[in-house]
Design a protein around this ligand. Structure first.
Ligand SMILES: C[S@@+](CC[C@H](N)C(=O)[O-])C[C@H]1O[C@@H](n2cnc3c(N)ncnc32)[C@H](O)[C@@H]1O
Length: 302
């Protein structure tokens, strides 16, 4: 199997269901317009997701694997299909698995496979494509803190997702695993984690937001230290604020906590770049409907 085990049926299943429902509604709605549509899967995986947890929490034999359809599989089955699909993964084994799995798909000839870093490929794509006649959806579904802010906000001559004003973004933001857990209880962060958090947010303003001066230090007259006040939720809210600063269409206020055992390792976030009245209303309506449709199936994780 090309993909390592990750996620749980409840959490990963919910994430993929939200995206599948959104893509399906998106394509139906866009069929009424003359745009070419594109689906970009930055962390495409192998087309299937071998879950790390036992099915329904029950003990099953170690060899019994629960596998669910991955994002690429679900996107390829959307009706009507996207005009183009871009599947990116750093691992050649995953791209080979995608090619083999979908070689007989009726939409196989619409797919471009790219091996390598999602950041580099997406920045190049955003810069080189003509966006006036295209609309699309980008999924960023990393295992950890691999998405650089530069892939979201343009810098100098390099375009990025928000700047195209044509792309919607679903982002699995690692608020718990990539931010909260990288900061120690005593308010210290090692240099590697500090750099990684700054890369995620594209600013070091998080340092002011996630700490406060320690009362204890003051009390004993010792050096002023700081306390960690960030939570996974406040880290996700900080990212929503960052997204709102660059996505001219809007950002979904609702954020979907995902993770095992009710711990929000991630939040699924949604933003869209097109600021036209019609596009704003459509993205708002479709994203809310996708979340609601899957609420009924999975219930809330909070
Ligand atoms: C959570 S999995 C994606 C699952 C996929 N969306 C699905 O539903 O099947 C993350 C994937 O990202 C890939 N990956 C890790 N770092 C990457 C990077 N910098 N650029 C592109 N892909 C990367 C891994 O090889 C892995 O397949």
């Amino acid at each position: 199997m090309a993909q390592k085990k990750f996620g749980s049926a409840k959490s990963t299943g919910r994430k993929l269901d939200v995206i599948e429902v959104y893509l399906s509604m998106y394509q139906k709605a866009l069929a009424n317009f003359s745009f070419q549509t594109i689906y970009v899967d930055g962390f495409a995986g192998s087309g299937e997701v071998p879950l790390a947890e036992h099915k329904d929490g029950l003990f099953v034999d170690e060899d019994v694997k629960t596998v669910i359809a991955g994002s690429a599989d679900r996107a390829l089955k959307v009706d009507p299909p996207f005009a183009r699909y871009i599947f990116i993964d750093k691992r050649k084994e995953c791209i080979d698995a995608l090619k083999a799995k979908f070689k007989d798909s009726p939409n196989a000839d619409r797919v471009i496979h790219l091996i390598g870093d999602a950041n580099a490929h997406i920045q190049k794509l955003c810069t080189s494509e003509q966006w006036r006649s295209q609309r699309g959806v980008v999924l960023l579904d990393p295992f950890g803190s691999q998405v650089n802010w530069q892939t979201i906000e343009a810098i100098e001559a390099i375009e990025a997702i928000a700047a195209t004003k044509a792309l919607d973004l679903w982002y699995l933001f690692p608020a718990g695993s990539g931010v909260f857990r990288q900061i120690s209880k005593d308010g210290t962060v090692d240099q590697t984690h500090e750099a990684s958090i700054t890369r995620l947010f594209g600013t070091d303003a998080w340092k002011n937001a996630f700490f406060q001066p320690s009362k204890q230090g003051d009390f004993f007259g010792g050096p002023v230290t700081q306390d960690k006040v960030v939570t996974p939720e406040s880290a996700a809210l900080f990212m929503i604020k960052r997204l709102k600063s660059v996505f001219k269409g809007g950002v979904m206020d609702e954020m979907i906590p995902l993770g095992k055992h009710a711990y929000p390792s991630y939040y699924l976030l949604f933003a869209w770049g097109n600021a036209s009245t019609k596009a704003k209303a459509l993205a708002n309506r479709l994203s809310k409907a996708a979340v609601k449709a899957t609420d009924r199936k999975h219930g809330r994780i909070v």
